[in-house]
Design a protein around this ligand. Structure first.
Ligand SMILES: *[C@@H]1O[C@H](CO)[C@@H](O)[C@H](O)[C@H]1NC(C)=O
Ligand SMILES: *[C@@H]1O[C@H](CO)[C@@H](O)[C@H](O)[C@H]1NC(C)=O
Length: 91
């Protein structure tokens, strides 16, 4: 059993998260639902390539919660949303 679970970072009112110039490790932490609690998040700004990397091509389950609640995704390149529907159902 884990005795030192990381403290959940709670940002209950955060609506927009801009990770455009954030480092990969930081993006990974911020999007992981075991690290952060972002119940109001609706908008995410991020480099698309970084997003594919941290989500492991939109398969990582621990980032799916935050991605699944997004209403808008502001990315650096054109995204074929239809292919990402399983991960971003509200886009
Ligand atoms: C993600 O998918 C792309 C294209 O389908 C592939 O080239 C790449 O290797 C994949 N990356 C990972 C981490 O699975
Ligand atoms: C998903 O991402 C989390 C947080 O970065 C990581 O700890 C976990 O190993 C990843 N899971 C998979 C299946 O890649």
């Amino acid at each position: 059993m884990k005795t030192h679970a990381p403290t959940l970072i709670k940002l209950p009112y955060l609506v927009l998260l801009d990770l455009t110039s954030a480092h990969l490790d930081y993006v990974e932490q911020f999007l992981c639902d075991k690290v952060t609690y972002l119940p109001s998040l609706l908008d995410l700004c991020i480099k698309y390539e970084l997003l594919t990397t941290v989500t492991n091509n939109f398969t990582n389950e621990s980032m799916r919660r935050h991605c699944g609640q997004l209403k808008r995704l502001h990315a650096s390149s054109t995204i074929h949303v239809d292919k990402l529907h399983h991960y971003f159902p509200l886009l």
